[in-house]
Design a protein around this ligand. Sequence first.
Ligand code: URA
Length: 191
Amino acid sequence: MLDEIAEEIRKCRRCDLWKTRKNTVPGEGNENAEVMFIGEAPGRKEDETGKPFVGAAGDVLNEMLDGIELKREDVFITSVLKCRPPNNRNPRPDEIAACSLFLEEQMRTIKPRVICTLGNVATAYLLRRFGMKPQPISRIHGKPINIDTLDLHFTLIPMYHPAAVIYNAGMRNALVNDFKTLKKVIYRRTR
Ligand code: URA
């Protein structure tokens, strides 16, 4: 099923980003993952390889996962956009609107217990999607929010984007702590 979604993404021309992409980046990981990470959009290295979080931000994400003994192959990692915006500019609202059906299908297929949004773009998307007002990541990072809808039940944990913490020790510490919160939520069997 995830393969079918990835194939749809490979053929996608719903916005103009297909014109400049080298590869689509559908995401990768475990179809039965309990934890899903959602970033913003592929960067240069992701566009070149077709894999999510393989550049500098990916190194930070790997380090955070190692820190709580989670393996990349046990989680699912993706982004709101599946194609790279030229020069890594911010995703545009029309691109997010065009692309979001793929993320929605991935969430419904995986049905994760926990979704970690990495950065403002993914956090704002999910908060709006589930009827909440977007809030700055600096205010809500690391605070779990339980989301229960007809077909999706998960704990949302907003986090800083790994790329944002590379040159900021304070934010890096906050991300380390938010991963500790994630670990606690994973090992809490009932919410
Ligand atoms: N940043 C993201 O948000 N996603 C990626 O896949 C890589 C970098």
